[in-house]
Each structure stands twice: as structure tokens, then as C-alpha cells.
Ligand binder design. Structure first.
Ligand code: SAM
Length: 248
């Protein structure tokens, strides 16, 4: 049986790829990639001649079956995405799940991931964090997802599209108030890498002050709710609130 390698690739800076990743991409029989044209540029840069095959959102189920039979026939394969770690807000889950069920070895080759790259330099607490992927596009659902961060005692990490970033931060101010601590990590590992931190109101003002501030790729990080008293469970806090209301 073959092995499936899950290979992380750069998120901007082409130097961010491991020697092991380059060796594996050279050695496998086939590389499944989200966008073969995009990934061909990466492979050419490292002079890797391995054949590419597309595996994206829309053909993943069907491709997964094909790839599984190749693995069953003893072929080693690699999966990459357009940037960063495959499966992290990227395709590959169906394939990895099928492989695990079929007893095929799945071997991760670690490397860049925008969420972790952003978090480790943001200056927000890192002892407890949750990665929430992309926010819903529909306004009501997005508002609800942001409102749910009330009372969250860890750092929350989101991916957000540039065309929605200002809107999302505005919604965040409305749902969580102007003073929740935020950090925007923009264009990570690229020439114009920028970290902008402040409270929600300040970060919104920065986004609106120059259209260029809204361009590029973003990771949005929301700091813990500092009003949460971790020593008491939420139920006890709710009870305290209602008692305070009735006290003279
Ligand atoms: N699999 C990738 C990873 O490991 O981070 C994420 C893929 S997801 C489709 C793309 C999103 O990741 C972008 O919309 C942006 O939110 C974030 N992202 C990717 N590269 C980035 C970068 N260089 N700087 C900031 N955010 C980035």
C-alpha cells in the first residue's frame, strides 16, 4: 500500500518550505493540488517535476475514491493546497477520512499555517485559543457567530476575506462593544506584512482610514472577554446578575 503525505506549503514567502516537504514532493508518484496552475508555479520554483492532479471542493468526493485506489495499488501520493496546511479551511478532509478508514498511512509534513503564524506574534494570550475558520457570509449568521464570543475566555482566530473585513469588524463592535481587544494580521510572511492591534473601535478606524488597509489576506484575532470571571461557572454568574437586579 502507498502512503498519503499531507504537505504544508508557503503562505507567501517561498522560503517557508521544509527540506522534508521538498524531498517528499519530489519522491511521490503524484501530487493532488487544489489549483494545479497555481501549484505548478511553486513546483517549478523548486524544480520539482512530479505530476499534479486537481482536488478541490467540487470534485473532492470523486477524486478521493480515485486516489484511494491508487494508494491501494502501492502509489505514494502527496496532498497540497494553494497555501499553508491542507485541510485547514482547505480541501482534503474527505480524502484523509477515507484513508484513515481504509487503514492507509497518512503522514503530515508540517509547515506554515496562517492561523498559527498570526497567533504566535499577535501578543494575545496563547494558552487557550480556538480556530474558527471563515465566518459565515450571510449577515445574520455572521452576527450570531460574533455575538457568541461574548464570555469566551480564550483567543479566537478567524480567516476573513478582504471585501468583508471592515464590515466584520464593524459588526464585532456592535455585538461585543468597542473595547474588545483585536489583532489583525495582514499579508503574513510577505513584503507588506502588518500587525494592527487595538480595541475593536481603533482597529475599525484604522481599516476605514485608508482603502489600502483593507487589501490583502487577513487573519482576525479576537482577544478573550476580560469581563469573564473564570473562577465562577457561567450559571453562578447569571444567578449573581439576577440577584443584583433585585437587590435595593
Ligand atoms: N490552509 C491555509 C492555512 O494553513 O492557513 C488557509 C487557507 S484559506 C482558503 C485562506 C485564508 O487564510 C485567507 O483568506 C486568509 O484569511 C488566510 N491567509 C492565508 N495566507 C495568509 C497570509 N499570508 N496572511 C494573512 N492571512 C492569510
Amino acid at each position: 500500500r502507498g502512503k498519503l503525505y499531507i504537505v504544508a506549503t508557503p503562505i507567501g514567502n517561498l522560503e517557508d518550505i521544509s527540506q522534508r516537504a521538498i524531498r517528499i514532493l519530489n519522491e511521490v508518484a503524484l501530487i493532488a493540488a487544489e489549483d494545479t496552475r497555481h501549484s505548478q508555479k511553486l513546483l517549478s520554483h523548486y524544480q520539482i517535476g512530479t505530476r499534479l492532479l486537481s482536488l478541490h471542493e467540487h470534485n473532492e468526493r470523486q477524486r478521493a475514491d480515485q486516489l484511494l485506489s491508487k494508494l491501494g495499488n502501492g502509489m505514494d501520493l502527496a496532498l497540497i493546497s494553494d497555501a499553508g496546511t491542507p485541510l485547514i479551511s482547505d480541501p482534503g478532509y474527505a480524502l484523509v477520512n477515507l484513508c484513515r478508514e481504509a487503514g492507509i498511512d497518512v503522514i503530515p509534513i508540517p509547515g506554515p499555517c496562517a492561523a498559527i503564524t498570526a497567533l504566535c506574534a499577535a501578543g494575545l494570550p496563547t494558552d487557550k485559543f480556538s480556530f474558527k475558520g471563515f465566518l459565515p457570509v450571510k449577515e445574520m449568521a455572521r452576527r450570531e457567530a460574533l455575538g457568541a464570543l461574548k464570555g469566551d475566555s480564550g483567543t479566537c482566530i478567524f480567516y476573513e476575506a478582504p471585501r468583508r473585513i471592515a464590515d466584520t469588524v464593524k459588526m464585532l463592535v456592535e455585538e461585543l462593544g468597542p473595547h474588545r481587544q483585536l489583532v489583525l494580521a495582514k499579508e503574513l510572511t510577505k513584503t507588506f506584512e502588518t500587525f494592527k492591534s487595538g480595541d475593536a473601535e481603533q482597529v475599525l478606524a484604522w481599516l476605514l482610514e485608508d482603502p489600502l488597509h483593507q487589501k490583502g489576506e487577513f487573519v482576525l484575532m479576537v482577544g478573550p472577554d476580560l469581563n469573564v470571571n473564570e473562577s465562577l461557572p457561567q450559571q453562578a454568574l447569571d444567578l449573581l446578575d439576577s440577584l443584583l437586579e433585585v437587590l435595593p
